[in-house]
Design a protein around this ligand. Structure first.
Ligand code: GLP
Length: 241
């Protein structure tokens, strides 16, 4: 794993540079998207670079990590809505080339993996991390060989995400998420973690053992992972890059 520690602002800029590099090498790249508050500064940077003509998404495709079960894409807390609102509506990607798992038709979630494969596989998957180490919505205990599947959300995850809803009762109890194997199949991975609330889990997933109890720890075994941390999130690391 390559670890990059910088200011919160520079983290977004430096991560955006990886998109510039990838899309100039391969304009048809397949991008793996993530939601949450962490990627917002990166998305703002990508929108800016797109408007400036530095980067184009017109031939790119995207596959998002996850979606809440039961929320239509028009619901303002659905991850489809989030992606349209924070990125897709503001860049030149073709909407039909953007994919978010359906939270409504959850009958055959692993079909999503087949769609990813048919598109040639993900070139660069973006990840955030939950305070319990989840990536996508792969909570502790998720098997390493999991493909896209439906999960029951941990109470803690629902509490953390309740800030976006009117009350915790409105937070869905289930989600559909790419599995750990789906994520590990990506040719390269970027994980961004910012803020002091992530410091403990950052230390665990980077310096601790590879264990299903810390889903993000599996990334230690992937050959092309870049972890971007701000100083707050990196504070507890033994080795400061
Ligand atoms: C959610 C998402 C994850 C995300 C995590 C952290 O649960 N499913 O993909 O990484 O929250 O969110 P944040 O970036 O807001 O801390």
């Amino acid at each position: 794993m390559k670890i990059i520690i910088d200011t919160t602002e520079n983290v977004a800029k430096r991560a955006a540079q990886l998109y510039v590099d990838l899309l100039s090498r391969n304009p048809q790249a397949v991008l793996g998207g993530a939601t949450g508050s962490t990627p917002i500064p990166l998305y703002k940077e990508l929108i800016k670079l797109n408007k400036e003509g530095v980067i184009s998404f017109k031939d790119a495709k995207s596959f998002n990590l996850d979606e809440y079960v039961g929320l239509e894409g028009t619901h303002d807390q659905s991850y489809r809505y989030f992606m349209n609102d924070n990125l897709f509506n503001h860049i030149d990607i073709k909407m039909e080339n953007t994919h978010v798992p359906s939270g409504i038709d959850i009958s055959e979630p692993e079909k999503y993996d087949a769609e990813i494969q048919a598109a040639g596989g993900i070139d660069m998957q973006l990840l955030g991390i939950g305070v319990d180490g989840h990536i996508g919505f792969n909570e502790p205990g998720t098997p390493w060989d999991s493909l896209t599947h439906v999960v029951e959300l941990e109470q803690n995850t629902r509490e953390v995400n309740a800030r976006f809803f009117n009350s915790i009762d409105e937070v869905p109890t289930h989600a559909v998420t790419m599995g750990i194997k789906t994520v590990m199949n990506a040719r390269s991975i970027i994980l961004i973690a910012t803020g002091s609330s992530k410091a403990e889990i950052v230390k665990k997933f980077i310096e601790g053992p590879v264990t299903t109890e810390v889903p993000a720890s599996i990334l230690q075994l992937h050959p092309f992972v870049t972890v971007f941390l701000d100083h707050e999130a990196a504070a507890l690391l033994e080795k400061q890059a």
